[in-house]
Design a protein around this ligand. Sequence first.
Ligand code: HEM
Length: 571
Amino acid sequence: MASAHTVAAAGPWPSSTLLTTLFVAGVGSHHLIRPYEIDNYVISLGSAYLATLAATSLGYFQTIAGLDAWTAASHTFALSCVFNAGLVSSILIYRAFFHRLHRFPGPFAAKVSRVYAARASADKLQMHLESQRMHEQYGDFVRTGPRHLSILRSSAIPAIYGPATKCVRSPWYAATPGGLNDLSLLQLRDPEAHKRRKKHWERGLSFKALNSYEPRVRAKADLLLERLAENAGKPIDMTMYGMFYGFDVMSEVGFSKDFNMLKSEKEHPAIMALHSSLTILSVVGGSQPWLLGMMIRIPGASAGYQKFIEWCGDELQARKAAYKKERANSLQDQDPSDVVSWLIKAEEDGEKGAPGSHLSWQEEARLLIVAGSDTTSTVLTNTLYFLASNPGCYQKLQDQVDAALKAEGGDGTTVSHEKIKDVAYLDWLIQETLRLKPAVPGGVTRLTPPEGLQIDEVHIPGDIIVVVPMHSIQRDPRYWGGKEDAVSYRPERWEDLSTEKAPWMAFNRGAGVCPGKNLAFMELRLVLAKIASRFEVPRFAPGFDPQAFDHGSEDRFTMHLPELHLVFTER
Ligand code: HEM
């Protein structure tokens, strides 16, 4: 306890009335801000709070009360602790007992704070498995955060993501620096703005555009095949080569630029920088979107990510200049030659919905690379893992590809998309891989409308962040033929199933559906058909542990894979 002497030296201690008032002010502040979505204002509010503390210390305690700097700072700190105690206890009590989600089951720690999710996610980077564990323990509706609900029901898919949904994107989407004009397609939460922008993306990824990209995709697939042939009989890390393929295709088709990774057999420095920062950004950003925005703003806190985004900005500028030249050289009637040029064309033509600010262009370029590369490459690697584990499936694929290549006077070896696009088994393989190992395993979050949402017998209140956990719903025995069948790799199941009707949502649904789906299928069909036509069933390398691969994938929003060592042999 402070002696009478130290109390005198420290100046008069604030009265109990002041302390009580501050505590009540803390409680009041919580209830004042509670009705508003402050997720993207946390940094501004925090800065205003710190500024108030500095003003209190300097302006009141030092200047008016005449205390020395140290004593003024300690008094201010003590007062802020009382205010914070009011604020935090009000938040915790409200979330635990009075929140509109308080009747939904879930871990107590998750109900009161997102720190639970951040810790669970950081633990093994396998939040998708933790989510499945929570559903096993608590049932179909689990409160995974203060206003977060995970829903394991097939009926929730159309209700939350379908074309007629009234749900909108959660605050997570816009958690980047900049204003409403600085967002990419994926970050646009306003349905009208999103629709206008998406039109331009869809033009760049239409079937007509894809036909013009095909020769470049084929050339990349050939390069991958060359690497496999060079290494025939020896172990090769398919995770790495799959990644090279995904990024090389995306740089070509996205920007008319070559990352050249399949040739150099090295990861491009911009991609290395991106990958090095993804773990921390996904753990922090997945649970606390405002922290993601803060980290991106702080120089050095996300250096790798900044390097990547600068690279995207530079490449974009280069592409814009090249596109303008192409147009000036009277090629204006010709369609743009890559996805980003379709967006540039929209801007040049003054069309509504084209990206506006420099930042939004940078974000679009980043989205193009991130959304289109890691996703496709993990599907390729995972499919090869399943084929090595199920040689019968590979044999079937080989038979059907051989037959398609020989049909209508084909030479039996030349693979074009036209020749193999109707091999249904190829699509079943891809769909089955995406069922068991979705590229976005945690699923995507949405916000319920103010009036709430009815899912079967349960009413979900309004303004709740909801998600259907993709990994869990796509393995749920109730929908996938029972306990054993649900986790078996059985491509044939797709003969009688539709991707729209089954609880399968690998590319999302409705307005937010992936516009790159057809490109992804084209890339995957081409490369898998080429592999099947040239190589025997891939084998796991001697000493390689397939179980470790199967259980080692990480949820960094998109799936991240451990190494996959396979041995290919030419037929
Ligand atoms: C197998 C590969 C792929 C999978 C599994 C996949 C999956 C997804 C999913 C689940 C979403 C929804 C994300 C969300 O709402 O948070 C999405 C969105 C998106 N994807 Fe893909 N994707 C793949 C390939 C591609 C490719 C090749 C591109 C090409 C550029 C692409 C571009 C996009 C874009 C731009 C969005 C945002 C759509 C919007 O905001 O409306 N994706 N993708």
